[in-house]
Structure formats: C-alpha cells, structure tokens
Design a protein around this ligand. Structure first.
Ligand SMILES: [Mn+2]
Length: 343
C-alpha cells in the first residue's frame, strides 16, 4: 500500500467543505493528488477484501442500515456524523468504531458527488473491513452509470475514464445481500431491490456467480431491481422498470417464513417520509438520499438495529442548498445526468 487512507479521507472532507479554513489548512486538491496509479491500487486492495465475502454477508448488530446515497455526499457524511462544523477524522472514525454500517447500494449516479461518495465508502471498507459493509445496487453497473451521471462526473473531474473503469470493475465484486443477527430468533435480511421467483432459499443466493455486470434477467437481476407492490393480485408481475419484478405480500411472507427471517430490509425506491413499512411489517424500504436530486423535498432515513434486534429509524432532512455560502453544495458546472428516469 503506497497511499495513506486517512490522508485521502481528509482530502475528501476538505474538498467537500472547501470554504472551511480549518479543513483546508495544509491539504491539497483531491483530484490533483489522486493519480491513476493510486485509484487503481485502492480499488484492487478493496476488491481483495470484497472477494473474501460471500454473496450473503453475515453482520452482527449494532448496525446502522443506509439506503440509496446516489452521489449525495453531504447526506452520506451526515449519516456518518460529519458536518461542516465537525469534519475531523477522529469524529468519523469514532462513529464507525461504535456502530457498524451497512449500505444497501446505489452509491452513485444522480447527485454531484458520486466519485467522492464511492471513494469514501471504498476507503472506509479498507480501513474497517469488519465494520463497514457494502451490498450492490442496480446502479453499481457499468451500463447504468454510463447513462445516469457517474461516468460523466469522472470524465469532468479527471479528464479520463480510467478511474471510472477501475471503480466499475470493483462494483462487480460487491456482495448481493446481508443477514443481520442471524443467530437471534428474529434475524433481518437485506438486499437492494427485492425477492425473485428464482430465489426461494438463502442457499439459492449462495449459488449465484456474482462477479459480473448484472444480467438483464434472472435472480441476480431481480435482487437488484425488484419492488414490493400492494396492489397486485398475482405473486409476481413484470416490473415497469424493465428489469426485475413487482412482488406481492404472499411470496414475500413465504420467503421470510421459509428462511426464518423477521423482516426484509431494502432500498431502491424514493419514499417521501424516508422509510416505508409494508406487508405486516415484514418488509421495509430505507431511503437515505434526502431531498433527492436536490429538489424532491423528501426526508432521508437510516435504520438503527441493536444487538437484541430492537430497531428504530432516524430521519433527517437534506442539506440546505440555499446556504451554499458555507458549503458550496451545488457545483458551478452541472453534470449531464441523462434523461428523466427517476427511481
Ligand atoms: Mn436502485
């Protein structure tokens, strides 16, 4: 390892809170510092860790579960207890030493800081491999990120696609799901989208060869793309998203019963209230991109689970983009984020 994780995380904070003089003091510009060799090596080192993880990552609480981030770095930092006023590394690391973090995917696209958001998560995974966990979303895909913002952002910031290629290669190694408190009587099961008619038991998850660009159909695709739906009479219906399924209460409850799961935790859908419970509280959607795309006006949430399985939601509002005097959240140059596909 020829890079300093702490130093690069400090650079991310400095770039984020560029007008904070204390943060700026004595540090260099993030993009100038990060050579292609450093980004390549960071990704390779993180892949070495991800590849040791199974398709289903076992996690023991206490853990904070986070939904879609979508390049909204300020929300990610807020979740990690870092703000404009408190942006030192010790605060950040203390937080992670107290509670584990599980991120349910969709780290990139849409927001203006996809690169910084995924880089921060990669560095935290390197520093705390047993405390920070990533599972894959449908946007952790080379096809999707070419259209919805991440590719354009990297080109704008670096003038080359090389960092993008390194990071999308890393995406292919991210696990697909997690269990929380699997030894308790009421364990949780987490994934980005939802269940699949092709995945009845957890050993069906284990059997997937995940080291690939997500296919357009089949079980791996469904995990990343499916959505729960109250108003369908059949178990599964073709999804209007063009990938995955809409699934009803019956197959979800059957999946939970068969596998001894008390609740499925997933992300993937914007919820104005930050989270949504469904199907007799056997499924919950967690959404962490507050004021999505800096204009939706929604709350964000995280789900905090303790070692006994008790859980509570923490709600938060989006950063105040009108006070950009301080935080300069909206960059001068906006990135082309593709068409108006929104979920
Ligand atoms: Mn998604």
């Amino acid at each position: 390892m020829f890079y300093d994780i702490d130093f690069i995380i400090q650079l991310i904070l400095t770039t984020t809170f560029a007008s904070n003089e204390a943060a700026n003091n004595g540090t260099k510009n993030l993009y100038a510092f990060l050579t292609p060799e450093i980004i390549y090596q960071i990704c390779e080192d993180c892949i070495d860790i991800l590849i040791t993880e199974e398709n289903i990552v076992p996690i023991d609480a206490p853990v904070t579960v986070c939904g879609d981030i979508h390049g909204q770095l300020h929300d990610l930092l807020n979740i990690l207890n870092v703000t404009y006023d408190i942006c030192d590394l010790r605060t950040l690391f203390n937080q992670i030493e107290q509670v584990k973090y599980l991120f349910l995917g969709d780290f990139v696209d849409r927001g203006f800081y996809s690169f910084e958001s995924i880089l921060l998560l990669i560095l935290l995974k390197l520093k705390f491999p047993d405390r920070v966990f990533l599972i894959r979303g449908n946007h952790e895909s080379s096809n999707i990120t070419k259209i919805y913002g991440f590719y354009d952002e990297v080109i704008t910031k670096f003038g080359t696609s090389t960092p993008y290629l390194n990071i999308t290669n890393l995406f292919n190694h991210i696990p697909l799901s997690a269990t929380i408190n699997s030894k308790n009587k009421d364990p949780f099961f987490a994934m980005h989208g939802g269940i699949s008619p092709d995945l009845l038991t957890l050993s069906d998850f284990d059997a997937i060869d995940r080291i690939q660009e997500p296919p357009h159909k089949g079980p791996m695709c469904d995990i990343l793309w499916s959505d729960p739906e109250e108003n369908i009479s059949s178990d599964y219906k073709v999804s209007p998203r063009g990938a995955g399924y809409l699934f009803s209460k019956r197959p979800l409850k059957e999946f939970n019963y068969t596998n001894g799961i008390s609740m499925v935790l997933r992300a993937h859908q914007l919820v104005m209230e930050g989270y949504k419970m469904m199907f007799d509280d056997e499924l919950c959607t967690v959404w962490s991109a507050a004021n999505y795309c800096y204009r939706c006006g929604n709350l964000g949430s995280t789900l905090k689970i303790d070692s006994s399985g008790k859980y509570e939601f923490e709600l938060f509002e989006g950063v105040d983009i009108t006070s950009s005097e301080d935080t300069k959240i909206l960059p001068v140059k906006k990135f082309n984020s593709g068409n108006e596909y929104f979920l």
